[in-house]
Each structure stands twice: as structure tokens, then as C-alpha cells.
Design a binder for this molecule. Sequence first.
Ligand SMILES: NC(=O)c1ccc[n+]([C@@H]2O[C@H](COP(=O)([O-])OP(=O)(O)OC[C@H]3O[C@@H](n4cnc5c(N)ncnc54)[C@H](O)[C@@H]3O)[C@@H](O)[C@H]2O)c1
Ligand SMILES: O=C(O)C[C@H](O)C(=O)O
Length: 329
Amino acid sequence: MTRTPVNVTVTGAAGQIGYALLFRIASGHLLGADVPVKLRLLEIPQGVKAAEGTAMELDDCAFPLLKGIDIFDDPNQGFEGANVALLVGARPRTKGMERGDLLAANGGIFKPQGKAINDHAADDIKVLVVGNPANTNALIAQAAAPDVPAERFTAMTRLDHNRALTQLAQKTGASVEDIKRLTIWGNHSATQYPDIFHAEIAGKNAAEVVNDEQWLADTFIPTVAKRGAAIIEARGASSAASAANAAIDHVHTWVNGTREGDWTSMGIPSDGSYGVPEGLISSFPVTCKDGKYEIVQGLDINEFSRTRIDASVRELAEERDAVRELGLI
Ligand SMILES: NC(=O)c1ccc[n+]([C@@H]2O[C@H](COP(=O)([O-])OP(=O)(O)OC[C@H]3O[C@@H](n4cnc5c(N)ncnc54)[C@H](O)[C@@H]3O)[C@@H](O)[C@H]2O)c1
Ligand SMILES: O=C(O)C[C@H](O)C(=O)O
């Protein structure tokens, strides 16, 4: 039986992450090796020509699963019939820009995009926000889409999760696939908290295997939390291929499920679990099954973790208050 192609909208398609992302979506890594896709690329008018060039290259790959590419500069058209939306395009922070300016500039992008998703996307739409500040941009888009279930709006902390997996693997000599149940809590920012207290390495508690709280506090957490800045410093540009890879992982896991005995990290609207105020889009440990996610419940949060989760959640609440004041939510 031939399957109906899944419509995938990608914003910021002509950017760095877009260039690393589109070829993997078209080759079946986002949804599965048997799922045909149609790409809908959304750019600002100045980005359309470059997106057309990328579309030419996509054509030149002759991907069997790629059933069409359309390019738009109007969000209402870009999100028409979208089943999956990857919101990558965002206004980067430029010199002299305060956080409030950045939130306001991104509000001008994510509010209309949220409304366009509300009015035009397919009923089963799943949204991943990658563009920074990802959690709060997701909140803005979600608030502008009252007819879409709030839980369909998610923000990307999978890159942080993947970064933490490798740091832990390198410290312990384990292989990344031997590590399970690691968690990123909070905001995709320097306040995020990568938590290994419930993680397992080949079945053993990771914190006990590491047995070095100083490494945890002074090396592991800051290395993971500030990795984005370290990449910018080294590369002269923000992470692109690893961010695209994480976006692929996030959606693939959401759609196809977490592996047995494991969980992942996703920025999702809080239901009040673990003391995170309801509605904030914060990263949690989640399991995924049949296209839905659930927060892992009942984890014992120690004092070390509590302080750090609270600090990141406080930052999210401040960002929410700032966008509320700007009338964006
Ligand atoms: N959550 C994460 O883990 C993570 C990781 C890396 C980067 N990021 C963020 O992802 C975003 C994109 O990064 P990049 O390196 O691809 O940036 P980039 O500047 O190379 O590309 C951004 C693209 O978005 C387009 N764009 C801007 N406004 C748009 C709009 N309203 N509609 C559609 N397209 C629009 C631009 O024309 C540009 O082509 C940045 O905000 C970056 O900070 C997030
Ligand atoms: O773009 C950035 O500021 C960094 C990015 O969010 C990252 O984590 O690599």
C-alpha cells in the first residue's frame, strides 16, 4: 500500500541548521525509512533564493521518499496541512541587544507562526521549536494557537541531552548506548540542569559509577550547559549539524517511541510535575509511545538537583513574565 506523504514544514530553511536538516528529513531519518515526506520550506523573502538553491540540491539527491518541495515566505501557506513543523528560523542575538529585545524580536516571528499553525496545520500537527530562546519561543507560538492541544508544542533540549550522554560516556569509558535515563531539566540555556542521579550505565547508577561530586558540579554540568557557547567560540558560528541531528532525534523519538527502560528529554508544557509551574515550557524526562509523550513520574529529587532545577525554572518564569508584559502571550 502506498502511504500518504507526511507534510513537514521547516522554517529558517535556508539557514545553517536548515541545510544540515533537510537532507536527513528527505532521506527518512526524521520519521522512518518507509515514510514518504513532502517538504514545505518557510523563509523570509530575503532567504527564498537560497532555499531554492537547497531545493535544487535536494532534487539532485533523488531521494525516493521525497515527494515534493514547496517554498513559501508566507506562514499561512507554509503551515498549510503541516503534520510536523520544525521552527528553526529565529532572530539571532546581535551586539548590544538585551534579552528583552531578543524576546520582542522573536515574538514578532513566533506569534504569527503560532497563529498560522492554529489556522492551517493538520489536526495531528506536532511542533518542535529549535530557534532560541527555544522554550519561550515555543510558549509564544503555543499561546497563539488556542485550538491546537498545548502538548503539541515542544522545545528542543535533545542537543543538551546528547551532549550530556557523550560527556558521561567519555568520563566513564562507557559507550553512549549503554547509558539510559539521563535527564535535562529546565531551560535550553546556561541554567539548564543535566541530571545523572537517575541515569544508569550498563545497569549501574551513573552517579555512583562517577562517584565524584566535584566533577559533576564543576566540570560536567558547566560543560554541557555552556557547550553552545564553546562551539560558537571554536567554530565562529553556532552548532548546526549537531542541532539538526538533535531535531531529527527529538521528532523521531516522539513519533516512534523511546527504547525499553529508557527515557529522553523534551521541553514540554508543564502539568505542574516536579514543582514546575503549570504551563511553562520546561525540559523533563519523558517516555514516548504511539506518538505521545508522558513525563516520567515519581523520581526522587535530591537537594543538589532541586536547587538547580529551581534556578532554571525561575529563569523560565522570568522569560514568561517578560513576554507577557510585551503582550506576546
Ligand atoms: N535549541 C537548540 O538546541 C539550538 C541549537 C543550536 C541553534 N539553535 C538556534 O536555532 C536558530 C537557527 O540557527 P541557524 O544556525 O540555522 O541560524 P541561521 O541564521 O543560519 O538561519 C536562520 C534562518 O532563519 C531564517 N528566518 C529568520 N526569520 C524567519 C521567519 N520569520 N520565518 C522563516 N525563516 C526565518 C533566516 O532567513 C535564516 O535563513 C537560532 O536561533 C539558534 O540560536 C538552537
Ligand atoms: O545558538 C546558540 O546560542 C547556541 C545553541 O543554542 C546551542 O546550544 O548550541
